[in-house]
Design a protein around this ligand. Structure first.
Ligand code: HEC
Ligand code: HEC
Ligand code: HEC
Ligand code: HEC
Ligand code: HEC
Ligand code: HEC
Ligand code: HEC
Length: 323
């Protein structure tokens, strides 16, 4: 009986502590989108959110239905979970877009770049946008296509949502990150915005890699193609292809380069604070034979603390019940 009582007490105790912690953990996600934003954006999304749109044609005095350019369609579901979900379209686009047909200048308007807003802003110091920019400018993309390649080429301003930093599901963020590269390296139309070269087939150029499908699920393109940089979470200097990682031991060894790239997120405070310590990571680290002690340590410290708490409650109960 006594044991059951103590056990129940311990559960209640842990729930009481646990609840506010998990609410804290969710806080970050819950950026409020107010109804003003939805209303304003609906003025644009009624056309840009669909594959067809309707407008009143004064010439023929009736409604005309037409097709929307597929590249001009904004997926509102993706938009409202992206980094910039609290924005109204005209925060970044000219107010003149409210007219239809849009004036010709809209097409020519200079587009914001990330640094226009994020440079030198304390609130984003943890990302270090300046360092990312520095690294990007060294990259093969920037050096070959300085005028046309920008942050927006990889980060769709309407849909980009930080992942590696926040997504606990490793396969999911790996595929998210790889998808960014594949928007060009597996899509000739976007690739050819930049060059008239033939787009090499990624599957063929990587046929030397055994079990390619599995590798592309377990590592990101940038693991092999970006220079390691310890100051930022995601390396942005894509090197020329001759410098790409080809040696198996660079990853399959005790001091694997993955510790400084793919697995680096484990050490960011946010991830630890959110309590990511899932089996997946243990497995992952087991395979490459490196720092798996980290999570085991956290786990054992956690268990130790819980045991201490239970002993404490036990002692207190005894004291109170006796007197
Ligand atoms: C009645 C439908 C309609 C509405 C409403 C509408 N648009 Fe458009 N928009 C279009 C069409 C059609 C195009 C492509 C043809 C063109 O450029 O006129 C376009 C093009 C654009 C472009 C791309 C210009 C270019 O060529 O690069 C931007 C940016 C844009 N719209 C923003 C907006 C914003 C922001 C709003 C809301 C304030 C908005 N639009 C409202 C129909 C609409
Ligand atoms: C954070 C800034 C930002 C916000 C918010 C934003 N846009 Fe954009 N938009 C851009 C940038 C930058 C580009 C140019 C992208 C490029 O160069 O590839 C762009 C391009 C476009 C285009 C042209 C298609 C293209 O990909 O080039 C359309 C249409 C468009 N935006 C509509 C909208 C609509 C509708 C909204 C609101 C639902 C919106 N945008 C909100 C920054 C923004
Ligand atoms: C027009 C200004 C503007 C532009 C352009 C812009 N941002 Fe932002 N960004 C903001 C603001 C403001 C926020 C905060 C939004 C909020 O809290 O609702 C933000 C939020 C973010 C966040 C999320 C921060 C967090 O902790 O949740 C990331 C990541 C981000 N931006 C990256 C980018 C990238 C990458 C680009 C370029 C592709 C970019 N931004 C372009 C103004 C901008
Ligand atoms: C060649 C493609 C590419 C280009 C160009 C690029 N990025 Fe990235 N960036 C990525 C990928 C891939 C990620 C990982 C996405 C994720 O998981 O959040 C990333 C992540 C980020 C993050 C989140 C990092 C973190 O610490 O969580 C920021 C901020 C960012 N990029 C800003 C920029 C800025 C600013 C530029 C332009 C100077 C830029 N990026 C250009 C591919 C690119
Ligand atoms: C395991 C390491 C590794 C991974 C993962 C990897 N690559 Fe590569 N990649 C290489 C190497 C090594 C080369 C050079 C191959 C050669 O020259 O034979 C290369 C070549 C390339 C080239 C140049 C092809 C050419 O012939 O011009 C492109 C583009 C490329 N990779 C894109 C990607 C993309 C996109 C991804 C993610 C989907 C990716 N890579 C994932 C190692 C890798
Ligand atoms: C906006 C389109 C676009 C995106 C997104 C993009 N690339 Fe590229 N990439 C190109 C183009 C175009 C070239 C060819 C450059 C040239 O040789 O002119 C290229 C070339 C390369 C090369 C070969 C460089 C060489 O030495 O020939 C590698 C490797 C590469 N990209 C990797 C990546 C990786 C990794 C990502 C994702 C983080 C990525 N790319 C995202 C367009 C893109
Ligand atoms: C960019 C880092 C990287 C490189 C380079 C790399 N691998 Fe891997 N490899 C991995 C990761 C990560 C896994 C997945 C481990 C897991 O989760 O089971 C893996 C898995 C494997 C597996 C399957 C192991 C299993 O448990 O099923 C084999 C076999 C393998 N790699 C062989 C190679 C060979 C041979 C090379 C060199 C030609 C190579 N790898 C290069 C990162 C890499």
């Amino acid at each position: 009986m006594k044991i059951i009582k103590h056990f129940l007490f311990a559960i209640v105790f842990l729930t009481v502590i646990g609840a506010p912690l998990s609410i804290l953990a969710q806080e970050e996600e819950a950026k409020v989108i107010d109804s003003y934003t939805y209303e304003q954006n609906d003025n644009c999304l009624k056309c840009h959110g669909h594959s067809t749109y309707t407008y009143y044609n004064e010439g023929v005095e009736r409604d005309i239905k037409d097709r929307m350019n597929p590249y001009f369609i904004i997926d509102s579901t993706e938009y409202y979970v992206s980094n910039h979900r609290t924005f109204v379209c005209v925060d970044c686009h000219s107010m003149e877009c409210e007219e239809f047909p849009h004036p010709a200048e809209v097409r020519m308007e200079p587009k914001f770049s990330c640094l226009d807003c994020h440079a030198g802003d304390e609130a984003y110091a943890k990302y270090d946008f300046e360092k990312i920019d520095e690294e990007f400018q060294k990259s093969v993309h920037y050096s070959k296509h300085t005028e046309d390649f920008s942050c927006n080429s990889c980060h769709n301003p309407h849909t980009y949502k930080i992942n590696a930093r926040t997504n606990a599901n490793m396969e999911e963020f790996i595929s998210y990150d790889n998808e960014i590269c594949l928007t060009c390296h597996a899509d000739i139309s976007k690739y050819q915005l930049l060059t008239t070269k033939e787009n090499p087939n990624v599957l063929e150029t990587h046929s030397w890699l055994p079990n390619q499908v599995m590798h592309f699920k377990k590592v990101r393109c940038i693991e092999c193609h970006a220079e390691i940089n310890n100051d930022i979470l995601v390396s942005h200097n894509i090197l020329p292809k001759e410098k790409a990682v080809k040696q198996c031991v660079e990853c399959h060894s005790k001091n694997s380069r993955l510790l400084a790239s793919l697995y680096k997120y484990q050490f960011t405070n946010e991830r630890s604070a959110l309590g990511f310590s899932n089996q997946e990571m243990l497995d992952e680290n087991y395979v490459i034979g490196a720092n798996r002690n980290y999570y085991l340590n956290v786990l054992s410290i956690g268990l130790f603390v819980i045991v201490l708490i239970i002993i404490f409650i036990h002692a207190m109960l005894r004291i109170f019940i006796k007197h």
